[in-house]
Design a protein around this ligand. Structure first.
Ligand code: UDP
Ligand code: MG
Length: 311
């Protein structure tokens, strides 16, 4: 059996087409299937629509979360509760074409345990977002031990072995994209061109993407802290050299010119104080990022809470 897990948040206009297209694709694979739609605290009629479909068709199930936990929380809810031999996660806004399920299942039958997807020709909502995304993927691949290519998303197939491994990792704020790469297994990717959203609008603001990227970086890399250590070392060295030069100049000034020329001094003092202050603040901020993660981890709060579910 295969499971399809889809997070939705205020997607009432997409639900019926979504379910129909997923069902068509699943039928084509000739596998038994279950569809799990995770309602991430929608405020429109999304949940009612899914319930109506479930009444008529028991292969379509719902999980309703107690509030809006965000795309990642909803995805984990789907993965944790799926019971298929392979689980496919895809967005509920039809930007992840359900027809690709057929190809994914084919590759899974050939022995691949992870089939991920890479977007090509994707139209970004804005130019800055495009550059930001490119920067994020190249940065995280360089400064951590995971390797993510540009254009990845949470549209993928995972064998049940992989699902168990990633779900059992007791980490808060799990960065699914990173973890799936990190756990290894036999992986392959397929390319696709995502269509634009037909109905509804994107729920992600630029700040969501920035937070998501920071979560990814801080969950998988201690490089920022190391960078800080290096910056501190280099800066201390520069300041010491600077001090040394000024002592020598001071002596020359005193002995040779009999104190005739006085170095202005102010600018250099102010610059060095503010520079060091700035670096210290960055350092505190970075440490705060890691410490806040330890703090969240120790509280052991769940990533989502289920209100009701048909499984
Ligand atoms: N989504 C969710 N919870 C949220 C925000 C989004 O479950 O808090 C769902 C949304 O309904 C969609 C998917 O996550 O199915 C991707 O969201 P969206 O299309 O808004 O993101 P984008 O494709 O613009 O990055
Ligand atoms: Mg989308």
């Amino acid at each position: 059996m295969i499971s399809i897990a889809t997070p939705v948040y205020n997607e009432e206009k997409n639900i019926s087409e979504l379910v129909q297209r997923i069902k068509n694709a699943c039928e084509e694979t000739k596998e038994n299937y279950e569809i799990i739609i995770v309602d991430d605290g929608s405020s429109d009629n999304t949940l009612e629509y899914i319930k109506k479909i479930h009444e008529k068709d028991k292969s379509v199930n719902y999980i309703s979360l107690s509030r809006n936990y965000g795309h990642q929380g909803a995805l984990w809810a789907g993965l944790d509760n799926a019971s298929g031999d392979a689980v496919i996660t895809l967005d509920g806004d039809l930007q992840h074409p359900p027809e690709l399920i057929v190809k994914m299942v084919d590759l899974w039958r050939k022995g691949y345990e992870v089939v991920y997807t890479v977007k090509n020709g994707y139209e970004f909502k804005s130019k800055p977002l495009f550059y930001f995304s490119k920067l994020f993927y190249s940065l995280i691949s360089k400064i951590s031990d995971i390797n993510l290519s540009f254009g990845q998303s949470d549209f993928r197939l995972l064998d049940k072995k992989v699902v168990k491994v990633v779900c059992d990792i007791p980490e808060k704020n799990k960065f699914m994209r990173g973890l799936v790469d990190w756990v290894g297994f036999k992986q392959t990717g397929i390319n696709y061109t995502p269509p634009n959203r037909k109905y509804g609008e994107s729920k992600f603001k630029i700040s969501n993407y920035v937070n998501f990227a920071l979560d990814g970086i801080f969950a998988f890399s201690i490089f920022p802290m190391r960078l800080l250590l290096w910056a501190g070392l280099i800066l201390s060295f520069l300041c010491l050299s600077y001090a040394f030069i000024y002592i020598v100049l001071g002596i020359i000034n005193f002995v040779v010119f009999e104190n005739l020329f006085l170095p202005p001094g102010w600018a250099s003092i102010v610059v060095s104080i503010t520079l060091i202050g700035g670096i210290q603040l960055i350092g505190l901020g970075l440490m705060g990022e890691y410490i806040s993660r330890i703090y969240l981890q120790t509280k052991r709060r769940p990533d989502y809470i289920i209100r009701e579910c048909s499984l």
